[in-house]
Design a binder for this molecule. Structure first.
Ligand SMILES: [Zn+2]
Length: 71
């Protein structure tokens, strides 16, 4: 009596939807840290957001540490 053969095929692939979701989050984060000067908050607060630049000031040190110029 021979032993039964067991063949294990392991495929590990990252779902495409996960890559798309992470790429979108990365793009939003990159914009918020590197380029935003009130654009994102202006959606809710209007032109006032461009004067206050909350997100810009919040991520200011991170922006400089990452090498983005701003002033
Ligand atoms: Zn700066």
């Amino acid at each position: 009596m021979s032993q039964p053969k067991e063949i294990l095929i392991s495929k590990s692939s990252i779902p495409r939807i996960a890559i798309i979701a992470l790429a979108a989050i990365f793009a939003l984060g990159l914009f918020a840290v590197g380029f935003d000067e009130g654009h994102l908050f202006s959606i809710a607060f209007g032109d006032k957001a461009f004067d206050q630049m909350y997100l810009h000031e919040l991520s200011h040190d991170l922006r400089h540490a990452a090498g983005f110029p701003c002033h």
